[in-house]
Design a protein around this ligand. Structure first.
Ligand code: GDP
Ligand code: GDP
Length: 468
């Protein structure tokens, strides 16, 4: 952990929610010590490539003695003394309260750099509060929603920015390494348990979160403008939270979409030292936030290595994928272009079959309807659920057609299958000796399932469990 971040703010602004988002299950509760009020939590936070110590100052209202203000001031000062950076949260729905102003005063007097977060910004109700937050004199507030995970990448940028300044100020090279995001395999806000699916917890359903990604100049901005121009924009890029945040809300044939705007992400990223890395990084972030990803290709150029990297990332991250072959209007032989890309995809991405490849022109709008149909279709698949009864009927047919292999003289037995979660579809498989089940057999099941239940273009996951 390379630096320490303190979360500060009056009660109920969302400190704990942010803390949980940053720390997830890696929470290390401070030991109860006799005579010491356990008035704060610490944990190892993660935000993409950054790892750091987080101090949460929530829960002060329960402490005994003194005034609330007095206790908070004391606690805040203690946390600030330890922290390299502070995140100061205000509730944008409630607006700036006198207590917030009081905190701002304490923070202003501290040498610790502060990032101002306007929380609960997920809707229009927050617009006035966001504007008010400017008045605290702590710089530009980051529009945020700790509950819905909005603004996380902006927070990340703000942290990097402050760390850079810190480094320059103190001339110590303690700032975190910015790796290529390898460590950040998982979206930081994803609860750990989602990985093994034991809780079967579903994310709340809201707008369809869509990202349009692709190499520079393939036509992303043109396409986004076309999409939004033709339908109803719920939140314009100039309004409220999205003024310089990462998403646009709009409606297309009655479906509420949230578009993760990579161009916007790039604009926001103020770390400009390694431009080409940033664009891969932006892509990664957009994928993190999306449910469905449209990978846009330039039809005149075909599939590049970088495109395959993006496609693999989308699949590894468990998102649904649609490929748009853009600049259709400029293609001399569109059939040839399509089949060439199709061939390469089948060879290079055998793990996910049936990824839709839709020819489009962002410039003329041709093919846009088909693209959106494909998006809605893979989204449905991505969140589909299959009943346990159907699954087990299917499993016995699969076992009969091609029984699991013998391993050390004994046949492996697969007892039971059930879907533990969707988004992406994830199945638990009870196996007599799970460690010995060959990958090839899991792939056989996966391919069979994809075909029999008609689940193209989405990742399918199997979790092997021991069951006799
Ligand atoms: P703290 O511990 O005082 O900093 O605040 P909590 O994290 O306990 O949050 C206070 C309340 O605000 C809880 O009911 C949260 O569910 C809610 N909350 C937190 N973040 C958000 C947000 O982004 N949007 C909305 N609408 N509510 C939030
Ligand atoms: P981005 O970098 O991916 O956002 O790409 P832009 O949207 O800025 O487009 C890059 C260039 O491709 C611009 O000159 C666009 O006019 C052009 N372009 C975008 N979409 C199309 C299309 O569908 N057909 C043709 N012929 N050109 C396009």
């Amino acid at each position: 952990m390379s630096f320490t971040l303190a979360i500060i703010g009056r009660p109920n602004v969302g400190k704990s929610t942010l803390f949980n988002r940053l720390v997830g299950k890696r929470l290390a509760l401070v030991d109860d010590q006799p005579g010491v009020t356990r008035d704060r939590r610490e944990g190892e936070g993660r935000l993409y490539d950054l790892t750091f110590k987080v101090i949460d100052t929530a829960g002060l209202e329960e402490a005994d003695g003194g005034t609330l203000e007095g206790r908070m001031r004391q606690q805040t000062e203690r946390a600030l003394a330890e922290a390299d950076l502070a995140v100061f949260i205000v509730d944008a729905r409630a607006g700036v309260t006198p207590l917030d102003a009081h905190f701002a005063e304490v923070l202003r007097r501290s040498p610790t750099p502060v990032i101002l977060i306007a929380n609960k910004c997920e809707g229009r109700a927050a617009e006035a509060g966001l504007a008010e937050a400017w008045r605290l004199g702590m710089g530009e507030p980051v529009p945020f929603s700790a509950e819905h995970g909005l603004g996380i990448s902006d927070l990340h940028d703000a942290i990097l920015e402050r760390l850079t300044v810190l480094r320059e100020d103190q001339a110590v090279s303690q700032a975190p390494r910015v790796s290529k995001g390898k460590k950040a395999k998982k979206e930081p806000s994803t609860p750990e348990h989602a990985e093994d699916g034991t809780e079967g917890e579903e994310p709340p359903s809201g707008p369809l979160q869509l990202a349009i990604v692709g190499r520079p100049n393939v036509g992303k901005s043109t396409l986004v403008n076309r999409m939004i121009g033709e339908d109803r924009l719920l939140t314009g890029p100039e309004a409220g939270i999205t003024r310089d945040a990462i998403s646009l809300d709009w409606e297309f044939r009655g479906v509420h979409f949230r578009l993760v705007d990579t161009a916007g992400l790039r604009r926001r990223a103020k770390v400009t030292d390694r431009v080409e890395r940033l664009s891969a990084y932006d892509t990664k972030r957009a994928i993190d936030y999306a449910q469905v990803v449209v990978l846009l290709l330039d039809g005149q150029e075909g599939l590049h290595k970088q495109d395959l990297w993006i496609a693999r990332t989308v699949i590894e991250e468990g998102r649904a994928l649609v490929i748009g072959l853009n600049k259709w209007d400029a293609l001399k032989d569109s059939k040839a272009a399509i089949s060439e890309v199709q061939d390469r995809m089948i060879r290079s991405l055998p793990q996910v079959k049936g990824i839709p490849l839709v020819p489009i022109s962002g410039l003329t709008g041709r093919g846009l309807d088909r693209l959106m149909d494909a998006v809605l279709e893979v989204y449905e698949t991505w969140q589909s659920r299959i009943s346990t009864a159907r699954l087990n009927r299917w499993l016995s047919a699969m076992l009969e057609a091609h029984p699991p292999p013998m391993v050390s003289g004994r046949r492996l037995k697969i007892r039971y299958v059930t879907q533990v979660k969707s988004r992406p579809p994830t199945f638990a498989l009870w196996v007599s000796r799970p460690k010995e089940l060959p990958d090839s057999y899991v792939r056989y099941l996966e391919n069979g399932m994809r075909e029999d239940f008609d689940m193209p273009a989405v990742p399918i996951r199997f979790l092997l469990r021991k069951g006799d």
